[in-house]
Design a protein around this ligand. Structure first.
Ligand SMILES: [Zn+2]
Length: 715
């Protein structure tokens, strides 16, 4: 039940964020065809007439003017089955046409793709095991107890909103700033409440041998601070997560409709105000992001900068006051908090915490709160139907006790043979990668040598760890023994906090796994210089025993190549072989590398997937570079295979990125996900390679064509 490592330094193959939906409504960007009116309630949304035929969101004239290379047919029901589309014009759409035009979005899902298909298989195996009460083991029993608590609607309904009242009650009673500070610093709040700050223990940015305490801004309901900058202070009225979800619960807590509205307006106002001093999602992926976040400070310096805001005091109360190292992620934010944290804004800050607690816990309270939450989120994301309760229970376990699930998964489904095969394949790919780096003629020998050194130092985590996780003596009481879901949450939070406290002033564990094995994903951890290919992704169309080399390379092969490439993308390039934030480049080489990356950024900046959204090169460059180099590496390996079937390779690759999403999810993916939209992960990437042109006879005038001098090369 240890917390996952801080995500700041971990780059994954794909974001899971958008599967469950986003909390915010696009800024007037949703196309009129959805029939949605601003401020419509979830009920209205559910009774709206079912659209029957396909919905064509695309304005081809606009497309031609803006010069979009391709239409994004991943938008659900945007592709006409009668459309004839050539591999030469839109490879992604041509390869996936049947799938795109016949696959439904499952109930409760706003997006669906090949990774999700495989994840559902993994979920089903785990859920079957949890429900098979003839099998018992400590980790499995812990997961089962949580599952039973989640499904115990009788118990949850009986408790109603009581567990929430316990968290926010003392805050509601605070009358002075001192009393509010006392609340923020109390152990119960540190464990379970939302505070206007976050802190965690993780690998130090500059010295990966040691752990450090990180301090940064608290969460925002609409996630991206940049999003608030497009709004004015009254725009909460169009955000259902405030007006319908939070306001509804506030009224159940006894607020009058007017007071409830005031509380959500206050919360929004504080978030709007503080967001200005915070880094937007896009900024957090910009080239200077790490430099901006790398601020080593002392606890005394935090105290001097904080004004009346008790940031240092929270760290002390949490048991983190004696750390030798602290990193203040966003100094401008602390400066702003020092200004805002006063009696003048006490109501706003208090309501921020209350409303955020409500949204955080809604799915763990009674049925009414749970249903209201999902109705709201589904209406925002244009999601039909609702998630099965069992799947929602699984998702909660995945969120709060992911390492327990990971361990249950590898204990029961870990396959030694696959682990061995995948380890061998990774070794083989690393060897090819070395040749690729050594062949680089745009870099000096010195830089190439250091790049190769970094590759040689790469740590590999294949399938699952050799050792079990340490959950201490944590135990979760099932409903049959009088346990409640909120008690379980308390236990989980306490185990998490204690495991972080144990890390303070300690050396990092270089073999600590960076990603849980039951998630269908893969990751690179810059602080460890490690890749992780999970056991869960070793299935479906990514990897199976009877694959041809072409399918293998187009599947798990490019994924492994992708993760290795993160060591050498625009972000990875800033860390040395030991995972320290340290420049290892000759200056001229770095300038040449940046020039190549900047060309890629400009290329993505000019792509408009449709007329309500655009791509951001700065947001997606690291992932696009990883995709590009991953495919390049596989094509290098392909040269050593006689009669390699390039058509099968490219099609396997394109099929693995098949995906569908609602238009609103697409909007958020384009503006907040550091991965390019899937159709671009296929089309932009493949159009850079000669083998692709040769295989399909693509020439000038074809949609997939890019003049040789305009092609993107990074490594
Ligand atoms: Zn990645």
């Amino acid at each position: 039940m240890k917390r996952l490592k801080s995500t700041a330094l971990i780059y994954t193959l794909a974001a899971a964020l958008f599967l469950s939906g986003c909390a915010s409504q696009g800024p007037g960007s949703v196309p009129a065809q959805t029939g949605k009116e601003e401020g419509s309630s979830p009920e209205d949304e559910n009774t709206k007439e079912e659209e029957t035929g396909p919905v064509y969101y695309y304005d081809e004239e606009y497309a031609a003017e803006e010069g979009w290379p391709w239409t994004d047919y991943s938008v659900f029901r945007s592709m006409d089955p009668a459309l004839e589309i050539s591999e030469k014009d839109n490879f992604y759409a041509a390869v996936n046409k049947d799938w795109l035009t016949t696959t439904p979005l499952p109930d409760g899902y706003g997006s669906w793709d090949a990774l999700a298909e495989q994840q559902v298989k993994v979920k089903t195996s785990l859920m079957d095991l949890i429900e098979d009460r003839s099998v018992s083991a400590p980790d499995l029993d812990m997961a089962r107890a949580y599952y039973d608590l989640f499904m115990d609607w009788e118990g949850r309904n009986e408790q109603g909103l009581e567990p929430l009242k316990e968290i926010i009650g003392p805050l509601q009673e605070a009358e002075t700033l001192e009393e509010m500070s006392e609340y923020i610093c109390s152990y119960d709040t540190i464990l379970a409440g939302i505070q206007p700050l976050t802190f965690y223990v993780s690998t130090d940015l500059e010295d990966s041998e040691w752990n450090t305490v990180y301090l940064g801004p608290g969460p925002l309901l609409l996630d991206d601070p940049g999003y608030y900058r497009q709004m004015d202070d009254g725009d909460y009225a169009y955000q259902p997560i405030y007006t319908e979800a939070a306001a509804g619960i506030l009224q159940r807590l006894g607020y009058s409709p007017k007071d409830a509205e005031r509380a959500v307006a206050n919360c929004f106002y504080f978030e709007w105000l503080i967001s200005e001093s915070m880094m937007s999602v896009e900024e957090s992926y910009a080239p200077d992001a790490i430099e901006r976040m790398n601020n080593h400070v002392t606890l005394e310096e935090i105290r001097e900068a904080e004004g009346d805001f008790p940031a240092a005091e929270v760290l002390e109360a949490a048991g983190m006051g004696k750390s030798d190292r602290y990193i203040l992620l966003e100094p401008e934010w602390l400066e702003a908090m020092a200004d805002i944290y006063s009696l003048d804004y006490m109501e706003e800050i208090r309501d921020y915490m209350i409303v955020n607690d409500i949204i955080t816990y809604m799915t763990l309270l009674d049925r009414e709160a749970y249903d209201t939450y999902y109705q709201t989120i589904n209406s925002i994301n244009e999601i039909d139907g609702s998630l099965d309760d069992k799947e929602a229970a699984y998702n909660a376990m995945d969120k709060y006790m992911n390492l327990v699930l990971a361990q249950v998964y590898f204990h029961n489904f870990g396959d030694e043979e696959s682990k061995k095969e995948i380890t061998d394949l990774i070794d083989k790919i690393v060897a090819y990668y070395r040749t690729m780096l050594e062949g680089e003629d745009f870099l000096s020998e010195k830089t190439v040598d250091r790049a190769v050194e970094k590759l040689d130092a790469l740590r590999v985590q294949a399938a699952y760890p050799e050792e079990d996780y340490d959950f201490g003596d944590a135990s979760i009481l099932p409903p049959s023994q009088g346990g409640t879901l909120m008690q379980a949450m308390h236990t989980i939070f306490e185990v998490n906090l204690n495991s972080e406290l144990e890390m303070i002033n300690q050396k990092t564990d270089p073999d600590e796994w960076s990603f849980p094995s039951h998630r269908v994903n893969a990751a690179y951890d810059s602080s460890q210089n490690s890749i992780c290919i999970t056991a869960a992704i070793l299935g479906g169309s990514y990897y199976h025993k009877d694959m041809t080399p072409e399918e293998l390379y187009g599947g798990i092969g490019t994924i492994i190549g992708h993760e290795i490439s993160h060591a050498f993308d625009t972000s990875g390039a800033l860390y040395d072989k030991d995972g320290c934030y340290k420049n290892w480049w000759e200056e001229e080489d770095y300038t040449a590398f940046r020039k190549r990356a900047d060309d890629l950024i400009s290329y993505f900046d000019e792509i408009y997937p449709n007329n309500w959204t655009k791509c951001s090169g700065e947001l997606v460059d690291t992932e696009a570079i990883a995709d590009l180099c991953g495919v390049k590496c596989m094509l290098a390996m392909a040269r050593d295979i006689e009669d390699f079937d390039y058509d099968l390779f490219f099609k396997s690759y394109a099929a693995n990125w098949r995906s569908l999403y609602t238009s609103n999810i697409q909007y958020f993916a384009a503006s907040q996900d550091s991965h390019p939209l899937n159709y671009l992960r296929v089309n932009v990437i493949l159009q850079q390679f000669d083998e692709f042109y040769d295989t399909y006879g693509i020439t000038e005038g074809d949609g997939m064509y890019l003049a040789p001098e305009d092609r993107l090369v990074i490594w």
